[in-house]
Design a protein around this ligand. Sequence first.
Ligand SMILES: [Zn+2]
Length: 207
Amino acid sequence: METAGQGRQAGGTPRAALAELLAGNRRFVSGQPVHGHDVTAAAAAASGDQQPYAVVLGCIDSRVPLEAIFDQTFGAICVIRTGGHVLDRAVCGSIEYVVGQLGVPLVLVLGHERCGAVGATVDALRSGERPGGSLAHLVDEIAPAVIEAGLDDPAVHPLAIRRHVRRTVDALRVDDLLAGPVAAGRVAVVGGLYDLATGEVTLLDPA
Ligand SMILES: [Zn+2]
C-alpha cells in the first residue's frame, strides 16, 4: 500500500467529499455519467498515485456496484463490500488506513433495499435456526437491528435495513482510530440507502 498526504482538492472536507459523491450519483441516475464510458485500461493507467477522497462501505449485492452508482473513476474512492456491510476487524482496519494514512475525510455506509443479508437474518431469527460457518457472524451482527426494528413488524425488513445502517455508522464513529478525527470534524461518517429501482442514493440524515 502506498501513502499520500492529502485527499484530492475537491475532497478536502467531509462536506465537499459528500457533495462530490452525491453529484456522481445524480449523474448516474440521470443516465449521464462522465466516467461510465471510461472503464478502460487507459483510464486505470492515468489514475497515477492514489488520492481517493472518500471510502464507501457497502453490501456485496451484485446489483449495487459502488463505483458505478457514484460515477467514479479509478483512484477516486476506496470501496469495501461485505454481506450487509457487516464490520469486522479487517473492515475497520481498512477504513482506519484510508482515513489515517490517505487523509480521506468521508466514510459513507451504504445499505440498500431488499438486502438479502438482512432478509436472511430476519429468517434466522424467526425460525430460530442460526446458520453455521462464518455466515453466523453476519447474522449475529445484523440481528440487533432486526430486533430493534421489531421482529413481528410486517415492515421489519426495510426498517431493519435502515437500523442496521445507523448501527454501522454509530459503531464506526466510536472506532478507536476514527473517534478522534470524527470529534474534531475532520472526518464524517454518514449513512445512506440505495434504491434498486431508481439508482438513487439518499442520506439517512441529510445535512
Ligand atoms: Zn445486501
